[in-house]
Design a binder for this molecule. Structure first.
Ligand code: NZQ
Ligand code: ZN
Length: 387
């Protein structure tokens, strides 16, 4: 086991009608809020109006910034931060999924500084202050509601980057599984894939931590147990609750205890290239990239892949090849893509993908990727390879 430090200050309010606690909590953070949301779902499903009523009830005035895109872009953060400064808000209230929450985290930093927020993402500027952030989660998967990570896209620079900072932990997150029953089948499946990918990135992290391995495998098992049932019963509150909890705990530090880092994250780096080029939902980029990454590492870390398979699928006869096949099978059962053709990317795009991967030096923290590895991953994402 490795030495480690862990920290997570986020207060969770979990369960039916959790957002009706906002009026009790919000005034602790000031008198005026910037409410950030996406491209309309929270209006369509009457979530925003409830949040605004809660703020009004508690005497917190607000301004709104809507329109955050899935795979959020830095331009929105710049504009929203300017609004936060102009309107002298005391807090950010994020109503949405990972894209809205991640944007809100960087808005919270940028509102307290004159520095171009992309400088924070590049690690060239160190944040020193942030507005407090409250979140109301409406779509499940990223775990952003209980971590200090934000991922943003900069299309001009051809980069999608993640950053982590203690100032970006939400102060409180309001998690009502009932708010997620309107999330369509494909997006629900993408969220489940993201949870599995977070547990796997952690599992392939630095150093041996059997307890963390069990945590990671348990999260994957929970998603697999819920998966097909939820896809066929999208309005089921209990299944939504189980998947929401799994998502939150897949990336709040739990699966990293006893490891030297939070995970490998090479597959996410590959996925971000696909989001950048083709605007594919995050979870779907991961089901394309993970099988290829596992196949590339089949002969390098067979024991580790096999061990994961045995923990997750509970079959002692399973080998490393079967493990990869089982993961692919599950993704297909959820109707998720497992290769580039499944997301309508033609074969002749291979060079473009590889070029952007090389330009961004796509790699993992534990398993570095050489240029040859990247080429092999692109090939495996195209052909599926043979195992
Ligand atoms: O924009 P609206 O209209 O709100 O629609 C959204 C969006 O189209 C819709 N939606 C949200 N709530 C809904 C709903 N539809 C119906 N009913 C509701 N209640 O869902 C769509 C996807 O939303 P988005 O926030 O983009 O999804 P997700 O939560 O998967 O976030 C993806 C982003 O998070 C990043 C990803 O890279 C991607 O940019 N990640 C963030 C991480 C973190 N902060 O820790 C880690 C992850 O690995 C990931 O990289
Ligand atoms: Zn992810």
């Amino acid at each position: 086991m490795e030495n480690f430090s862990t920290y997570n200050p986020v207060k969770l309010h979990f369960g039916s009608n959790a957002l009706f606690k906002i009026h009790e909590q919000a005034p602790k953070y000031g008198r005026r809020a910037l409410v950030v949301y996406g491209q309309g779902s929270v209006k369509k499903y009457n979530i925003l109006v409830k949040v605004l009523n809660q703020l009004a009830q508690s005497g917190v005035s607000y301004v709104e910034y809507g329109g955050i895109k899935p795979n959020p872009v830095v331009e929105d953060v710049v504009q929203a931060a300017a609004m936060a400064r102009k309107e002298k808000v005391d807090m950010i209230v994020a109503v949405g999924g990972g894209s809205v929450i991640d944007s809100s985290k960087v808005i919270a930093l940028a509102a307290k500084s004159d520095i171009d927020p992309w400088e924070f993402m590049l690690g060239r500027a160190e944040p020193t202050d942030a507005l407090p952030i409250l979140t109301v989660l409406t779509v499940v998967g990223t775990g952003s509601e209980m971590n200090g990570v934000a991922v943003l896209q900069n299309n001009m620079a051809g980069q999608k980057l993640g950053m982590r900072h203690e100032l970006m932990y939400p102060r409180e997150s309001f998690l009502d599984p009932g708010l997620t029953t309107t999330v369509p089948k494909f997006q629900t499946a993408c969220g489940m894939a993201d949870i599995i990918a977070h547990a796997m990135e952690a599992y392939f992290g630095d150093g041996g931590s059997p307890l963390a391995d069990y945590f990671a495998a348990s999260i994957i098992r929970e998603v697999m147990d819920v998966g097909i049932k939820l896809i066929n019963d999208l309005g089921n509150y209990d299944l939504r609750a189980r998947i929401m909890l799994a998502a939150t705990y897949a990336l709040n530090g739990t699966t990293a205890i006893g490891r030297g880092n939070s995970g490998d994250w090479g597959v996410h780096a590959v996925g971000h290239i696909l989001s950048l080029l083709y605007d594919i939902p995050h979870g779907a980029t991961l089901t394309v990239a993970y099988p290829a990454w596992l196949k590339l590492h089949l002969d390098k870390i067979p024991d580790r892949i096999r061990h994961l398979g045995r923990l997750v699928f509970d079959k002692q006869c399973l080998d490393e090849r079967d493990t990869i096949k089982e993961f692919e099978k599950f993704f297909k059962l959820l109707d998720l893509p497992v290769n580039l053709a499944d997301v309508n990317i033609p074969r002749d795009e291979r060079q473009i993908i590889l070029q952007l991967m090389n330009q961004n030096r796509v790699t993992g923290a534990v398993f570095p990727l050489t240029k040859e590895d990247r080429a092999a991953i692109v090939e495996l994402m195209t052909t599926g390879g043979k195992i």
